[in-house]
Design a protein around this ligand. Structure first.
Ligand code: BEZ
Length: 251
């Protein structure tokens, strides 16, 4: 059971670093005015709006109705869709995805869908959690869940791909991988680890009472503190990124 419920207001308040740090993927994409771009996992629509401001025609998709609603309110042409089963009649010059692919367990299916949506010569630029991402936090959550007799694997909604595996998925589909990198990106959690857990660990604590959540958050914090907290810097999450640019060859 991996029930991640998104709250766009909380996400904007506590995870504002996600689109902020996702600008690198826009730079990698090099969008040009007039291009049709699909933002896969558009969230609240921050990056989609930037692409639109650069003169692109942007469609966003997200599997969360709450996020689609928030993106639409922000003026984005956002559609409710799961990228693993996505089908559209339109074709795009480019597909961008920031911080979304690791929420999609069938990454082969996603790459296949993106391929089908791109015009020949189209680009796929993305960044997601990479192998080892938030290892310490995940370990803290795993210990706290095991203690409660809960199967961590069944609650874990994330798949952080290895560079080699993802590169193979892209190439086996037919993409030319122009750039791919695994990047350690320690990420300051200015609102603290607890707020991060509130936003991102909904499926781990699904069915918990508020008291049970409190105890869970505290145990995870206690586990992570020696590795991820300092008086000087506060909390820093152990993020690892996978960033890539792949091109569908011209026919
Ligand atoms: C993120 O979307 O920023 C994220 C969520 C869970 C684990 C790592 C990163």
């Amino acid at each position: 059971m991996t029930n991640q419920i998104w709250n766009p207001q909380e996400y904007r308040k506590s995870a504002d670093f996600v689109p902020e740090m996702g600008r690198a993927v826009i730079e990698l994409l090099e969008p040009k005015a007039g291009e049709r771009i699909l933002d896969l996992g558009c969230g609240t629509g921050v990056l989609a709006k930037e692409l639109a401001a650069a003169g692109c025609t942007v469609v966003g998709t997200d599997s969360s109705p709450e996020m689609v609603e928030a993106a639409r309110t922000a003026g984005v042409d956002a559609r409710l869709a799961d990228a693993q089963t996505l089908k559209m009649d339109e074709k795009f010059d480019a597909v961008l995805s920031n911080d979304a692919l690791h929420w999609m367990p069938d990454q082969y299916a996603v790459v296949r869908r993106v391929w089908n949506l791109l015009k020949p010569g189209g680009r796929f630029a993305a960044e997601c959690g990479g192998e080892g991402c938030v290892r310490v936090i995940r370990e803290g959550m795993k210990i706290a869940l095991i203690k409660r007799g809960i199967d961590y694997k069944a609650r874990n909604p994330w798949k952080f791909p290895e560079l080699g595996t993802f590169s193979d998925i892209l190439e086996n589909q037919g993409f030319q991988v122009k750039f791919i990198a695994r990047i350690d990106r320690p990420t300051p959690l200015v609102h603290g680890l607890r707020r991060w857990l509130e936003v991102f660990s909904a499926s781990h604590t699904d069915g918990f009472t508020s008291e049970q959540k409190e105890a869970f958050y505290k145990e995870v914090e206690d586990y992570c503190r020696p590795m991820l907290y300092s008086e000087q810097n506060g909390w820093t999450a152990d993020y690892v990124r996978l960033r890539f640019l792949a091109v569908k060859p011209e026919e």
